[in-house]
Design a protein. Structure first.
Length: 94
């Protein structure tokens, strides 16, 4: 999947779509696939520079949600070492 957009709203929308797909997979207890979708959402956000403050705030809120959801997937898979690393990143970021 190649996604290119200079529109910050579209970038955030695409990331939200990936996050929602992850949420649906999580509800089906497909934790590896959910974790993968959350990773795609994070990657989409990381490839764009948000210039307007409103978009930056929305991006930060979304990335925190994605990271928290990812940490729950890792917890369900009992990958506690990665959970610890990700939670450290979340705390430093927040």
């Amino acid at each position: 999947m190649i996604i290119r957009s200079n529109d910050p709203k579209r970038v955030i929308e695409l990331a939200r779509e990936m996050k929602e797909q992850g949420n649906s997979l999580f509800k089906k207890e497909e934790f590896d696939d959910a974790f993968e979708r959350y990773g795609y959402a994070g990657l989409i956000l990381s490839r764009h520079i948000f210039k307007e403050n409103d978009h930056r705030i929305e991006c930060c809120d979304l990335i925190l949600c994605i990271w928290l959801n990812s940490s729950v997937c890792l917890t369900r898979n009992k990958d506690y070492r990665k959970v610890g690393k990700l939670c450290f990143i979340i705390l430093e970021f927040n």
